[in-house]
Design a protein around this ligand. Structure first.
Ligand SMILES: Nc1ncnc2c1ncn2[C@@H]1O[C@H](COP(=O)(O)OP(=O)(O)OP(=O)(O)O)[C@@H](O)[C@H]1O
Ligand SMILES: [Mg+2]
Length: 413
């Protein structure tokens, strides 16, 4: 098979499935999806790998499927990282401008970025992303590129995402053992945002919520940049567990019932709808009003959105974003969830699907494929920026810095 030098690969190691996409990136920013592979994953729980062998096997299966479809061999990939241990904080750095004529140089920018990250990290944590939200020159904010500006004080606001070192290493080991080099690990809601959000939404303010199987990840954007992001330990898998426990039915049946009949708003279901529910012993089947399903699912959905709202409030984001909410991830498909989010957040809510891709778009046109699609887009942006920086030494944009800040540091030195 041909080596995929001009190809981009995105790998989403989810708690329910591993999704691999191969895309062909164009100079104009377009991506054609040419390969897709998927395998169920039982080796990852709540975003963390709990069984290396099982995860590697699923990874191999999914990547081989994508390779056959694309007719290329995967050698390197952008890999999504999630998990309840991921933390994000906003921090500020400040330095005085060195040159006598007060022109801001790359070295000043480097120093202010370093200063913002100088707070000691515990030894078990590492920085996954350090994304500049804005630079301030002599207290004037909203600056995306301070290079060449005049001032005596340079400040930066950074969005810092940190992860657990050993968990990241385990993820790296799994991907390497499947014969794939990791180009970059990308915090999933940031990658997903690349695939589903519009530039207008990012400017206006938007909250992206990815309801997966084991975790719900979110990222809040405003003024074009990420303002806050995080992971909640409640997601679609909890709805299945609740149904299995309360209805005393096998997990596979509970999952089937949730996907087929699940609705989390009781008033959307009529009184006379009944559904048959098999019992755990595999013997009899009983008929349960569909509304009873809603009664089980509704509190869990409310808990999910309330946790999200509380976390945002704790970080100073009490008002709903002007651009509303975007729901994605397989869990977003549950009936009534969108309406419930509208009621709780009191703003507009839409579903997020992968956008702006060509090729096999019909086979990935699902909320479950947003993260893998976003990883392709992230990869293309990172690689284009690397090439641009090589051509125009030092010039950069805020979007270009996302994810590849380490690369930019090397470039700036
Ligand atoms: N119609 C549906 N209604 C409710 N839930 C659904 C529906 N379709 C899929 N799901 C749920 O979506 C989840 C899978 O979504 P997704 O593929 O986004 O998860 P994942 O990426 O594997 O998990 P994570 O992001 O937590 O690691 C499963 O729990 C599944 O039950
Ligand atoms: Mg996911």
């Amino acid at each position: 098979m041909a080596k995929p030098q001009n190809y981009l690969v995105g790998i989403d190691i989810g708690s329910s499935k591993i999704g691999v996409l191969i895309g062909l990136g164009g100079e104009g920013g377009d991506i054609e999806v040419v390969g897709k592979g998927e395998a169920p994953n039982r080796g990852t729980r709540k975003g963390n790998i709990v069984n290396v062998e099982v995860t590697v096997d699923a990874l191999k299966q999914a990547s081989e499927e994508a390779e056959v479809m694309a007719g290329v061999e995967i050698s390197r990939a952008y890999v999504g990282v999630a998990g309840a241990d991921i933390r994000s904080i906003n921090c500020r750095g400040m330095v005085s401008v060195k040159r006598k004529d007060r022109e801001i140089t790359r070295e000043d920018i480097q120093r202010v970025l370093d200063a913002a990250q100088s707070a000691a990290l515990p030894s078990d944590r590492e920085i996954l992303h350090a994304i500049p939200q804005e630079f301030l020159v002599d207290e004037q904010g909203g600056i995306s590129e301070p290079l060449g500006m005049l001032g005596s004080r340079l400040e930066v606001m950074l969005h810092l995402v940190t992860g657990n070192v050993t968990r990241s290493k385990t993820l790296l080991t799994c991907v390497n053992r499947a014969g794939i080099e990791v180009v970059e690990m990308v915090f999933e809601p940031l990658a997903t945002a690349e695939a589903v959000l519009t530039d207008d939404e990012r400017e206006l303010g938007v909250l992206l919520v990815d309801i997966g199987s084991g975790t719900t990840e979110y990222s809040l954007f405003a003024d074009g940049e990420v303002q806050h992001s995080g992971v909640l330990p409640v997601a679609a898998g909890h709805f299945t567990n609740d149904l299995a426990m309360v209805l005393r039915t096998p997990f596979a049946e509970a999952e089937r019932l949730k996907v087929k009949e699940g609705c989390c708003l009781a008033h959307m279901v009529s009184d006379d709808e009944g559904i048959s529910v098999p019992t755990v012993a595999g013997g009899s089947t009983r008929v349960v009003p569909r509304r009873e399903l809603c009664d089980i699912l509704q509190p869990r959905a409310e808990e999910l959105f309330t946790l999200l709202q509380e976390d945002l409030a704790r970080h100073g984001f009490e008002e709903a974003p002007r651009g509303g909410l975007v729901l994605t991830g397989g869990g977003a498909k549950m009936d009534g969830l969108l309406e419930m989010a509208e009621q709780i957040f009191n703003c507009s809510v839409r579903y997020g699907l992968p956008r702006g891709l060509g090729g096999l778009v019909d086979v990935i046109n699902s909320p479950s494929w947003c993260t893998a699609s976003g990883l392709l887009r992230w990869g293309l942006t990172a690689e284009q920026n690397q090439r641009t920086r090589k051509r125009r030494r030092g010039a950069f944009s805020m979007r270009g810095m996302m994810g590849s800040l380490r690369g930019m540091f090397e470039d700036l030195l």
